[in-house]
Design a binder for this molecule. Structure first.
Ligand SMILES: Cc1ncc(COP(=O)(O)O)c(C=O)c1O
Length: 401
C-alpha cells in the first residue's frame, strides 16, 4: 500500500488551498449558533411550487430531452433567455455569447484553466471573493491585490501597478472584479471608476472578468451600469448566476464573452463535466420564459432589504466606538472593521463560545492581511436572530477591546 499519496500529487494539487470558510463553518453547525458566516440565500425565497409545476410539465412534454446529455455550451432555450436578460443593458448580445456553467464557481475554474500558467500575474481586489482566489491559486497564479474603499477598487492604485508592470514588459492575464455589492465587502464600484477601469484595460490590453452574482439585488440608491454595458472594445467576460436570484441548488450559472473567445472555454468545460444538467437548465429557461424571474427578484429584494436594515440598526445600537462597517446598497454581505490592534481571527472562537459566527476577513485577502476585518451575511438568519446575534457579537467585541 502507498503510505504517502501526497508524493504523487501534482504541483497544482499541492498548491490548492482549503477554503477557510468551509473549515470555519464546521464550528457553526450547532443549532444554538446564530451564523452570519455562510453566504446562503434564505430558503423561504425558493419558489418550490412553481418549480414543482414546471418540472412536471417538462417531464411530461420533453422528458426524453430533459434527462439526456446536452450540449457543452448549454441548452439553447436557456441561452436565449439569458441573452435577452443581459441585452437589457447592452444591445447585440446573442446566445453565441452565452455559455452555461455548473455554478459561477465552475466559470471561475474555467477562466483560471484557460488563462493561467503557473506564475502568471493576475489582478484581484483586496478583499476579493474567496472562491475566485481559490480557483486562481489552484492554477498557481501570482495574485496582485488592489485595495478598495467605499467606491470599490482603487483604480489609481491599479494604474500604478499596470504602469510599473508595463515598464518591465509584463502585464496581468486579467483583472478580476466583483463590482456590485461585493462579496465580501458589500461595496459597489462607482461609475467613474468603472469607466477608468475600462480605460486602463484598453490602454494596457488586459481582459476584465466581471463577476456579478448580486447586481439585481439592489435595495437602495441609484443603479450603476454593468461594466460590460460600458465596454466598447469587447474586452469584458461576465459571470452571472442563478444562485442568489433563484436557487443555488440548481447549480446553474453562465459565462458571457465575445463569441470568438468562448471556444476555448467550451473545450475546457468538456473535460470537467461534459455539460451542465439538462433538466435544471430547462426548468430555469421555462421559469424565465414565463417572466417569473423578475417577480422572484423583487420578493428577494424586499426580504433581504429588511434584513439589512435590521442588521445596520443592531450594529448602530450595539457596536462600541472604533468599530466600523460598510452600508451596502444591495447583496448579501457587509464588512466590519475592528480597531487596527484587534484580530477577528483570534476572536473567532470567542464568538463561537457566545454562539455567534462570522467569517474572518483575512481569508479574502490574497496577501493574508485584513486581520481586523470580518464578513457578516444578512440573508440567512431571521430578523430576530440578526438582532440577537449582533448584540452577542458586540458584547464579545467590547469585552475584548
Ligand atoms: C462573487 C461570487 N462569485 C461566484 C460565486 C459562486 O456562485 P455559484 O453558486 O454560481 O457557483 C459566488 C458565491 O457566493 C460569489 O459570491
Amino acid at each position: 500500500m502507498i503510505n504517502d499519496l501526497s508524493a504523487f500529487y501534482s504541483k497544482n494539487a499541492l498548491n490548492m488551498k482549503r477554503s477557510e470558510i468551509r473549515e470555519l463553518l464546521k464550528y457553526t453547525r450547532k443549532p444554538e449558533i446564530i451564523s452570519f458566516a455562510g453566504g446562503l440565500p434564505d430558503p423561504q425565497t425558493f419558489p418550490v411550487k412553481e418549480i414543482e409545476e414546471i418540472s412536471c410539465q417538462i417531464l411530461r412534454e420533453k422528458g426524453n430531452v430533459a434527462l439526456q446529455y446536452g450540449p457543452t455550451e448549454g441548452e439553447l432555450p436557456l441561452r436565449q433567455e439569458i441573452a435577452k436578460w443581459m441585452a437589457a443593458h447592452k444591445a447585440g448580445i446573442n446566445p453565441e455569447n452565452i455559455m452555461i456553467t455548473s455554478g459561477s464557481q465552475q466559470g471561475l475554474d474555467i477562466i483560471a484553466k484557460v488563462f493561467i500558467d503557473p506564475g502568471d500575474p493576475i489582478i484581484v481586489e483586496l478583499p476579493s471573493y474567496i472562491g475566485g482566489l481559490q480557483a486562481f491559486q489552484a492554477y498557481r497564479a501570482k495574485m496582485i491585490g488592489i485595495p478598495q474603499d467605499n467606491d470599490g477598487m482603487k483604480v489609481d492604485k491599479l494604474e500604478k501597478v499596470l504602469a510599473r508592470m508595463a515598464k518591465r514588459k509584463k502585464k496581468p492575464k486579467f483583472i478580476y472584479v466583483v463590482p456590485d455589492f461585493q462579496n465580501p465587502s458589500g461595496v459597489t464600484l462607482s461609475l467613474e471608476r468603472r469607466k477608468k477601469l475600462l480605460e486602463l484595460a484598453y490602454q494596457y490590453q488586459v481582459p476584465i472578468i466581471e463577476d456579478s452574482p448580486y447586481r439585481d439585488l439592489r435595495f437602495t440608491g441609484d443603479d450603476v451600469p454593468p461594466i460590460y454595458s460600458l465596454d466598447t472594445q469587447n474586452q469584458v467576460i461576465v459571470l452571472g448566476t442563478f444562485s442568489k436570484i433563484f436557487c443555488p441548488g440548481l447549480r446553474l450559472a453562465w459565462l458571457m464573452a465575445p463569441a470568438a473567445w468562448t471556444d476555448r472555454m467550451i473545450v475546457s468545460k468538456q473535460s470537467m463535466d461534459l455539460a451542465s444538467p439538462t433538466f435544471t437548465q430547462l426548468i430555469a429557461a421555462e421559469y424565465m420564459k414565463r417572466g417569473l424571474l423578475q417577480q422572484q427578484i423583487e420578493s428577494i429584494k424586499k426580504l433581504y432589504g429588511q434584513k439589512r436594515e435590521v442588521m445596520l440598526k443592531a450594529l448602530r445600537k450595539n457596536m462600541p466606538k472604533g468599530v466600523k462597517w460598510t452600508k451596502p446598497e444591495g447583496g448579501l454581505f457587509l464588512w466590519v472593521k475592528l480597531p487596527k490592534n484587534m484580530s477577528a481571527n483570534q476572536l473567532f472562537l470567542k464568538a463561537i463560545e457566545e454562539n455567534v459566527a462570522y467569517v474572518i476577513g483575512s481569508a479574502f485577502h490574497c496577501d493574508g492581511k485584513g486581520q481586523n476585518t470580518m464578513r457578516l451575511n444578512f440573508s440567512y438568519a431571521s430578523e430576530e436572530q440578526i438582532a440577537e446575534g449582533i448584540q452577542r457579537l458586540a458584547t464579545m467585541i467590547k469585552k475584548n477591546m
